[in-house]
Structure formats: C-alpha cells, structure tokens
Design a protein around this ligand. Sequence first.
Ligand SMILES: [Fe+2]
Length: 204
Amino acid sequence: MFEQVKLAFANDGLEPVIDVATVETHYGKHHVAYTKAFNDLVEKAGLQDKSAEEILSNLDQVADETLKTGLRNQGGGYLNHNIYFEQLKPASEAKKAPEGALLAQIEKQFGSVDKLKEELNALAASQFGSGWGWLGKKADGTLVTYKTANQDNCYSLKLDSVPILTLDVWEHAYYLKYRNLRADYLKALWDLIDWSVAEARYNG
Ligand SMILES: [Fe+2]
C-alpha cells in the first residue's frame, strides 16, 4: 500500500510563498487522488510487492495498454509529489544552501548554486503545459537538469538519473496565488526548498 509522504509542516506552514489553499488542494486533493488511483491500479496489476520506482521502470512488462498508461500517470503523480513535498519546509526551517559533495558537484558543473537555480527555473518555466523540472544524479555522480511532461519522471522514461530536486509546474501547484506567473512561483519556491533533503538524496 503506497502512502503519501508526511508533510513536515501545517497546511499554512509554507505561507506566504505557497498559500494554505494551494497546500490543501495540492496535497489534500490532487496527491490523495493520485495515491488512491495508483494503489487501485497496482492491485489490479498484481504488483503490490514492487516499489513505485520498480513499477515505473518496468512499464514495458505490463501488457494491457490501459493499465500501463494508468500506472505511468497515476504512479508518476504519486511518486513525483512525494519527492516534491518531502523537500519542502517552512522558510524559517529550510536549509538554504547545500554543503559537502553536492555543493562541490554543483560548483564544478554550474559554477554556483545561483547559476543552477537560474538554469532549473528557466527549464521548468519553459515546460509547455503540465510537467516538472528536475535536478538528477547520474550513475557516475554527475548532475543533470531536465524537464518532463505530465507525470513522467526518470523511471518511466528510463533516464540515467535519480531525483535530487523537483519543481512541480502543473498549474495546480501555483495558480491560486501566482495565476499565470509561473516564473514568479519558481523564483519564490527556493525559499522553501530544504537542501538537507537534496544532500541526503545525492549522498544516498
Ligand atoms: Fe502537483
């Protein structure tokens, strides 16, 4: 049984960057729905003994096209939101900058953390329609930035990458407060991103 990651904050804990109504809807409605739908499909497919990452990495083994599409969309919706919500903390609690191996790799590849943020924000802002911006780690330890459409991720697309950070650019993530200003949401979101979570993912 797949479960939503527990929030490290109350629904109003991300104010004013992310408003309480967005958390209530995003985590309390959208993510709940993805999780329920994914669990139903996993049961139907008899894949209860697999992790979400394993299921999404092996969709080609699901013969039924409707079931395959459902697992890809609902499973991605379930997992992507766990990755997203796990990395968010109230602005007063979030670790504002990376240290150690992750910082060294960012500086080596991007020049600085600010340059990485700029690149990721531009990438996520340019995603046409719904999707996600990602910072990932390849098997050789190097970092990679990319964007995905809908609920796709490195597992369903079979990319050489594990997630380090993700930026949700579905309208449901920002539209109640930021309306059409996706770039403003992305700029503000960094105040809530807890780099200790990114470090744990990078070092893990
Ligand atoms: Fe979302």
